[in-house]
Design a protein around this ligand. Structure first.
Ligand code: Z5A
Length: 207
């Protein structure tokens, strides 16, 4: 598990509002006197930035190579950023983690989800989040919010994004005690309040 600190992950489809909610949560935690590490995958390290560029803005990548590159980013990120922060006692608030691999590569790319998860567990020496906030978004809503900016995965068809969405929901149903699932169409402040309430309970009230 996550040693001294706490590990909170945000997941969901593109345009779900993860960045918006992560920033609000991090500010609230800092105002409450918590040390926060805000990070993301892919791209939470210098090496990860290069992997991110290849994955999201490069040419075609074969599905198995794609899964391995996300796992390589994760292995380096967890070892050099996330675990050290947790060992310091930080609250790590992270945009995407291994559920994204299971949903996008396992379901979207039609690889074996168990294989994809196993790869991430190996890469991270089995570091699980303490809490995963899943912002559940209809792909058409997410697409409308994103506007004209489309990376390599965002350009995939609606069917791909629907399968990804349902895999995220299935993962949350398998372990409901470790997830907070919210309708991403709710107003920003309603979502922020619900997230704060759950995080406060998970951290033993940081205020
Ligand atoms: N990926 C993968 O395949 N496998 C993996 O293992 C991992 C990732 C880790 C990373 O994209 C891509 O990598 C992602 C999955 C894949 N691609 N796809 N497809 P990213 O990290 O660059 O971006 P993203 O995760 O797709 O998020 P995003 O598009 O940046 O959106 P967001 O962070 O979830 O949302 P936002 O930026 O906070 O909000 C989007 C807009 O909506 C913005 O204008 C907000 O003002 C607005 N917004 C936010 N909340 C609301 C509410 N509640 N109501 C109305 N409007 C709102």
């Amino acid at each position: 598990m996550s040693a001294a600190g706490s590990f909170i992950v945000f997941e969901g489809g593109d345009g779900a509002g993860k960045t918006t909610q992560i920033e609000a949560l991090a500010q609230w935690l800092r105002d409450a006197g918590r040390q926060v590490t805000l990070t993301r995958e892919p791209g939470g390290t210098a090496l990860g930035q290069q992997i991110r560029q290849l994955l999201l803005h490069g040419d075609h990548v074969e599905p198995r190579a794609e899964a391995l590159l996300f796992a390589a980013d994760r292995a380096h990120h967890v070892a050099t950023v996330v675990r050290p922060a947790l060992e310091r006692g930080d609250v790590v608030v992270q945009d995407r983690y291994f559920d994204s691999s299971v949903a996008y590569q396992g379901e979207g790319r039609d690889l074996d989800g168990a294989d994809v998860l196993h790869l991430s567990l190996w890469a991270t020496r089995e570091l699980h989040p303490d809490l995963t906030v899943l912002l559940d978004v209809d792909p058409s809503v997410g697409r409308a919010r994103r506007g004209d900016m489309h990376d390599r995965l965002e350009r995939e068809a609606d069917d791909f994004h629907s399968r990804v969405r349902h895999r995220f929901l299935a993962l949350a149903q398998e372990a409901p005690e470790r997830y907070l699932v919210l309708d991403a169409a709710l107003p920003r402040e309603v979502l922020a309040d619900a997230i704060r309430e759950r995080v406060a309970a998970a951290l033993g009230d940081p205020t």
